[in-house]
Design a protein around this ligand. Structure first.
Ligand code: ATP
Length: 354
């Protein structure tokens, strides 16, 4: 089922938590709502669920307008960060609960529970109580319970936040597998960019209630539409250098005396712009081939990567370099980047220049 948001808005007193969002989530798609704390992700999810009613705009499930429809009539499955299982009920009874509410005959209900338990791989744990399960297993039960009544839309609110790093990785692969096997349309809320980029067909990036950009993960990462999107995605984060025009079509790096020569492009009529350079796109070169040079002031090895920080006057730049390089703190180092990997932004509007 397609889900369509039409200028969806939610105002709480003087806070616009969701600011005129228009988008379509396609049937069978998993879309992540990504953004910093307070950007409006949870409110958007609550509006989809029907637990909140918007102050303006509409929501459509397929062709049906559901804007004012009550939550229980919407046919939605929800999974929360804290699992929200009933502690006194067994796994079997937890999963069966929604069917009991719908008065599904017991035999049929048990059959549907078994099917779901198999799908989420907890069919060997049906007699246990939630307290006797690991966090990952509890989340599997919560997913089974959300899916057992065959909802049209699955909403997941930071479902992996309470799990340790390894389980988080395992469970995010599991959520994706289950979602694809069932073929259900799903909306997944997270503030973790890596999670959003890895699990989704499409990422909706929000800030201050406003939809900043929506794209397939790699597209968003490779072509951020504004400074916010560029800086929110990427770890270690993207570097920004502010460039000012000098005579002879060269540019000087703000905070440093170094000048750069950039290939001539139509937007070079701009007096100043922001240049975004991802640490993994920079590489070390001999001084005469470098875009800029500086002293290495910090170095650390993170797994298979070595991260260096270069001082250019008052500004610093991070780059991921070959761990086999013999660079040391205190060395001078020059960095280069392929021209097509450089992101240019208007410093006033924050928008990407093209
Ligand atoms: P987090 O990741 O911290 O959960 P979020 O992106 O989910 O954040 P929301 O919870 O949707 O953000 O909140 C968006 C904005 O709306 C925030 O400024 C928040 O303070 C405000 N807000 C949310 N719920 C209410 C409410 N019931 N009453 C008043 N303001 C609210």
């Amino acid at each position: 089922m397609d889900v369509h948001l039409d200028q969806l808005t939610m105002q709480f007193n003087d806070t616009t938590a969701v600011d005129s969002i228009t988008t379509t989530i396609k049937d069978g798609e998993l879309v992540s709502l990504l953004g910093p704390s307070g950007c409006g992700k949870s409110t958007t999810l609550m509006l989809l669920s029907g637990l909140y009613k918007p102050t303006a705009g509409d929501i459509y499930f397929g062709d049906e307008k559901v804007t004012t429809m009550d939550a229980e009539k919407r046919g939605i499955g929800m999974v929360f960060q804290n699992y929200a299982l009933y502690p006194h009920l067994s796994v079997l009874k937890n999963i069966m609960f929604p069917l009991k509410m719908q008065k599904v005959p017991k035999k049929e209900a048990i059959q549907q529970v078994m099917e779901m338990a198999k799908l989420v791989q907890i069919d060997h744990l049906l007699d246990r109580k939630p307290a006797q399960l690991s966090g990952g297993q509890q989340q599997r039960v919560a997913i089974a319970r959300a899916l057992v009544k065959k909802p049209k839309l699955l909403l997941l609110d930071e479902p992996l936040s309470n799990l340790d790093a390894r389980l988080r990785l395992e469970m995010r692969e599991e959520i994706r597998r289950i979602q694809q096997e069932v073929g259900i349309t799903a909306v997944f809320v997270t503030h973790d960019q890596e999670e959003a980029l890895s699990i989704s067909d499409r990422v909706m990036l929000m800030n201050n209630g406003v939809l900043q950009q929506e794209n397939a993960p790699q597209q968003m990462y490779r072509k951020p539409e504004n400074i916010f999107a560029a800086s929110f995605l990427g770890n270690p984060p993207i570097n920004f250098l502010t460039l000012h025009k000098t005579e002879n079509n060269t540019y000087v790096i703000q905070g440093s005396s170094q000048t750069l020569e950039l290939p001539s492009m139509k937007w070079q009529t701009h007096e100043a712009f922001q240049m975004g350079l991802r640490p993994e796109d920079l590489y070390t070169v001999p001084e005469e081939e470098g875009l800029f040079s500086g002293e290495i002031i910090h170095m650390e090895t993170i797994g298979r990567d070595t991260l260096i920080r270069l001082q250019l006057g008052d500004v610093t730049v991070r780059a991921l370099v070959d761990p086999k390089s013999r660079l040391r703190v205190g060395d001078r180092c020059s960095l280069a980047i392929e021209p097509q990997e450089v992101h240019y932004f208007d410093p006033k509007t924050g928008e990407r220049l093209r």
